[in-house]
Write a protein that binds this ligand. Structure first.
Ligand code: GLU
Length: 294
């Protein structure tokens, strides 16, 4: 069955950009006769107290967006990620990395399209002696070694996306030094096991899709479709951020109806005139055409 999802990281209240991702993923799921799931990406439990997740779920409900299945919490799924991690390990794809953030910042490695340094592979080349020396004083994170090969997928909004995995993305962390599994692994395992067929989210996550597709294939899962969304901007062209109070859902809820908020989002996305009030059904009419030429 066609399955979409919204996977917020509950490190605060949602802003309009998050609500846009939630709304569009719901609309594309419904427009294709599918179901829609919510998953709470609270791997980093220190940054994600439970009340933020509760508020996000309540804000979604206020807008009429309710999960069609059980809401998963990534903080409760470490055993499941461990199985996938062990499978990657048994394939010889995982290695220990002792580099700190400061080491990485200080390196002259090139940066990827999203501004993060491309890992130069330093720790892949450690000898067993160097490694046991480092293990005395540092706990390593674990990285997946990527092949020097091209990855390609057809994004449903932006068309063909292509990059060289090793050179443009670089070996990435699957488990942090504190033992917490990293976003790329958890999101892939969860989307696959929940039967997600279309991932709809902001285009800031486009580079991650290449890494996730690599993991889908290595773990023997079906690769879903990806539909990345242009990022919403404020009327003056700035990218909306959590700092904008006018874009914070709690401020909007205090002074607007759900249909007014839906109108504000669809207007910011260039899909309706300013001041429109839209029901979820009205919004659905605006996206059904997008799905016809899929
Ligand atoms: N949890 C991520 C975020 O809130 C989104 C992950 C995804 O949609 O793949 O930015």
């Amino acid at each position: 069955m066609h399955t979409g999802r919204f996977a917020p990281s509950p490190s605060g209240r949602m802003h309009l950009g998050n609500v846009y991702a939630a709304l569009m993923s719901w609309l594309y799921a419904r427009a294709q006769g599918g179901r829609w799931l919510v998953r709470i990406e609270d791997l980093d439990t220190m940054r994600c107290p439970r009340h933020f997740a509760d508020e996000i779920i309540d804000d979604l409900h206020w807008l009429g967006l309710d999960s069609d299945g059980e809401i998963l919490y990534q903080s409760e799924r470490a055993d499941i990620y461990l199985d996938a991690f062990n499978m990657l390990k048994s394939k010889g794809l995982v290695y220990d990395c002792f580099c700190s953030r400061a080491d990485l910042r200080a390196s002259s490695a090139p940066h990827s399209s999203d501004g993060t340094p491309i890992y130069p592979g330093t720790c892949r080349l450690l000898t067993p002696e160097q490694k046991s020396e480092l293990l005395k004083t540092r706990r390593p994170s674990q990285r997946v070694h990527l092949p020097d090969e091209f990855s390609e997928f057809n994004d449903l909004t932006y068309g063909v996306q292509r990059c060289n995995l090793l050179r443009d993305c670089g070996d990435f962390v699957v488990r942090r030094a504190d033992g917490v599994f990293a976003y790329q692994l958890a999101v892939t395992v969860d989307d696959a096991l929940s039967g997600v067929t279309e991932v709809v989210r902001g285009c800031d996550l486009m580079p991650s899709a290449h890494l996730q597709i690599f993991l889908y294939k290595q773990l023997g899962y079906n690769v879903p479709d990806f539909r990345h969304l242009p990022l919403l901007t404020a009327p003056d062209g700035r990218r909306l951020s959590k700092r904008d109070d006018d874009a914070n859902i709690s401020a909007l809820r205090a002074t607007h109806t759900p249909n007014q908020v839906l109108g504000i989002i669809m207007h910011a996305a260039g899909r309706c005139p300013e001041g429109a009030e839209l029901s979820l059904d009205d919004c659905l009419q605006l996206v059904v055409d997008d799905c016809k030429n899929k």
